[in-house]
Design a protein around this ligand. Structure first.
Ligand code: ADP
Ligand code: CA
Ligand code: CA
Ligand code: CA
Ligand code: CA
Length: 420
């Protein structure tokens, strides 16, 4: 067991999604968890040896000092995060502490949507029209390929992302993004608050989970992510493996692998979102240089293919050579993440139907994130996902049928109001 007794530092983690800690424990890895000090100490995580609070976004310099001091006292073999806005700090640390990880240059290109588009375009990937704008003044001389999507340059979780079908809607969308940048994202992004306008790619969306080894990109899984037309892009379902003709699978896999290469993700995981246009041409929407969904992508890959994604990442991050991967497609089961829709807004009371759902044999885990009394804002603001229902099925159609059942079964109750 080469991972046994290695020491891993984890920087910020949604503790409702404990896959990273569970897999570390199963492999005998010791974990130091730098958790968000605004949250209660996550003592319930039995698989973590050492808990250290940090306030990464309010006092980043102090947080860096705390992490570095801990490393000197009790050295880590590696450090990682699954949280998009913490990627930059972690890459700075891996560089300073001489631990495995992608460089700050690579990470900043992945984190900034304008830079990401420029890199992909320079490397001849399929690229929609895109333009970074500061204000509505700049729109005067632009002729845009409507419909378009406007998004914060450094956003995450679809915050602020909105579709505009014409100039009037665009001006409205830009104002919305400006507000999301100012009110919701500024804490995470500091002065990096631009916005990007992109041509809307009208077709189904896929998530591609990859693992790179010295520049070779292995596509572990392609899953279906719905076909949202907007105007906002609330996450819906994630079902893997997607039902795809062989040639379509290949063209998606190839475009995704080329994107990871272009951005310099030569080692480790990437979570790639991609849409097919009406002609079937694949367009990368964005890349995260991490395991997606705070660990959901690990669940998807492991349950649907049998490949332990998190373990591969641990090998890399802890400075060991990962087991040899073959370019073959493994298939075990159809798996999915049903993301409970917010179904409205207001003061959250409860989610009805979950108790029954927990008993269904298809259901592996039910995770509820929001608690009674939370004020849920309407999109494009993002107040957190209500919950995830992780499932496995014998066939794709079984999964689809079960999700239609969930659409009717699982209802959010806001104060004084049951949502349809
Ligand atoms: P975030 O980092 O906030 O997740 P994304 O760029 O991934 O931002 O956008 C969120 C969602 O918005 C995507 O998953 C996709 O559904 C939709 N979207 C973003 N850009 C486009 C585009 N150019 N065409 C079609 N849909 C898009
Ligand atoms: Ca993102
Ligand atoms: Ca995204
Ligand atoms: Ca998405
Ligand atoms: Ca990104």
């Amino acid at each position: 067991m080469p991972l046994q007794n290695k020491h891993l530092a984890v920087v910020l983690q949604n503790t409702y999604l404990p896959f990273i800690f569970e897999e570390a424990e199963a492999l005998g890895i010791k974990v130091t968890f730098f958790y968000n000090q605004e949250e209660v100490e996550p003592k319930h995580l039995k698989n973590v040896q050492n808990f250290i609070p940090i306030d990464l976004f309010h006092t980043p310099d102090k947080a860096l000092e705390i992490i570095k001091a801990e490393h000197h006292k009790n050295p880590f073999d590696g450090i990682m995060t699954l949280y998009e806005p913490a990627l930059e700090v972690v890459s700075q640390l891996t560089e300073e502490l001489n631990l495995p990880g992608l460089s700050p240059f690579v990470i900043s290109n992945c984190r900034n949507k304008q830079k990401m588009r420029e890199v992909l375009k320079d490397n001849d990937l399929n690229t929609p029209y895109f333009k970074e704008v500061e204000n509505t003044e700049e729109l005067k001389n632009l002729s845009l390929p409507y419909p378009v999507v406007v998004k914060p340059s450094n956003g995450f979780s679809s915050q602020g992302v909105s579709r505009a079908n014409n100039k009037k809607e665009l001006i409205d969308s830009i104002e919305k993004v400006r507000r999301v940048n100012e009110e919701d994202l500024s804490k995470f992004t500091k002065n990096k608050t631009g916005m990007v306008i992109e041509q809307f790619i009208d077709g189904p969306e896929f998530a591609i989970e990859t693992f790179s080894v010295e520049g070779e990109v292995y596509v572990l899984s392609i899953g279906y992510k719905g076909n949202s037309k907007g105007p906002f892009f609330e996450e819906g379902v994630y079902i893997a493996p997607a039902q795809l003709e062989e040639n379509v699978w290949q063209s998606i896999a190839q475009e995704a692998a080329r994107a990871a290469n272009a951005l310099g993700i030569d080692n480790g995981p990437a979570h790639i979102e991609l849409r097919l246009d009406p002609a079937g041409k694949p367009y990368v929407i964005e890349i995260g240089a991490r395991i997606g969904g705070s660990g959901i992508s690990h669940y998807i890959v492991k349950e649907s293919t049998g490949i332990n994604y998190m373990e591969l990442v641990f090998y890399y991050v802890l400075g060991l050579k990962p087991p040899v991967l073959k370019n073959e497609r493994k298939r075990k089961k159809v798996v999915g993440n049903y993301i409970i829709p917010v179904q409205g807004h207001g003061i959250f009371k409860e989610i009805r139907g979950l108790e029954d759902v927990r008993r269904d044999t298809e259901v592996k885990r039910v995770i509820q994130f929001i608690t009674k009394g939370t004020d849920i804002l309407p999109y494009p603001h993002f107040s957190g996902y209500p919950g995830f229902i992780l499932t496995t099925h014998e066939s794709y159609s079984d999964c689809e049928q079960y999700y239609s059942y969930l659409d009717n079964k699982v209802k959010i109750v806001y104060k004084n109001k049951v949502n349809a």
